[in-house]
Ligand binder design. Structure first.
Ligand code: IMP
Ligand code: MG
Length: 182
């Protein structure tokens, strides 16, 4: 049972749903009458994005990007490689990036820089979680769900070593799990 590897639940399913609704309400207001190109950052944002998009009532197209950063598994290195690019042409589109978590900010700062070179009409960022204490690259977040302390969290799309994405809540991993992997 994956639940046995969780030290404690940081954010419950109810709290996630409530936060997602609040973010969608702001997005619905800001994008009224506009079409969104929703850019889901794989893989971590998959679960959040699928819940969020159902609450957005504007016209929308959906696309995916995947970035990989080289280096250690629980921190990003700052060097970002685009593993999967958009299928859509971003020029003239209202891009809304959906992220699971902004940690160092390296991934988003780099993706944002890349997408801006494609001349979108607008580019905004929505993240469910934010770890401001860990920021290295500054990045403006337009829609930020929940600020969390500097703890490594899993669930609701977030992984450790590709596991735990299917947990319905966000939890803090038991440190003995890291010990096993190392
Ligand atoms: P950043 O480039 O350091 O901001 O990291 C962004 C990516 O690192 C996120 O999209 C996540 O995939 C991953 N990440 C950062 N913090 C955590 C965490 O606490 N748990 C799981 N993944 C994380
Ligand atoms: Mg990840």
């Amino acid at each position: 049972m994956i639940h046995n590897d969780i030290k404690s639940i940081l954010i419950s399913e109810e709290k996630i749903a409530e936060t997602t609704q609040k973010l969608a309400d702001m997005i619905n207001k800001d994008y009224e009458g506009k079409e969104i190109l929703l850019v889901i950052i794989l893989k971590g944002s998959l679960v959040f994005a699928s819940d969020l998009m159902k609450k957005i009532n504007c016209r929308m197209k959906v696309d995916f990007m995947q970035a990989s950063s080289y280096g250690a598994s629980t921190t990003s290195s700052g060097i970002i490689n685009i593993k999967k690019d958009l299928d859509n042409d971003a020029a003239g589109k209202n891009i809304l990036i959906v992220e699971d978590i902004v940690d160092s900010g390296n991934t988003l700062a780099s993706l944002k820089r890349e997408l801006l070179t494609r001349n979108p009409a607008s580019l905004k960022i929505c993240t469910l979680l934010n770890k401001p204490d860990r920021r290295i690259s500054s990045v403006d977040i337009d829609y930020s769900g929940i600020e969390i302390p500097d703890e490594f969290v899993v669930g609701y799309g977030l992984d450790f070593n590709e596991d735990y994405r299917n947990l319905p809540y966000i939890g803090i991993l038991d440190p003995r799990v890291y010990a096993k992997v190392k």
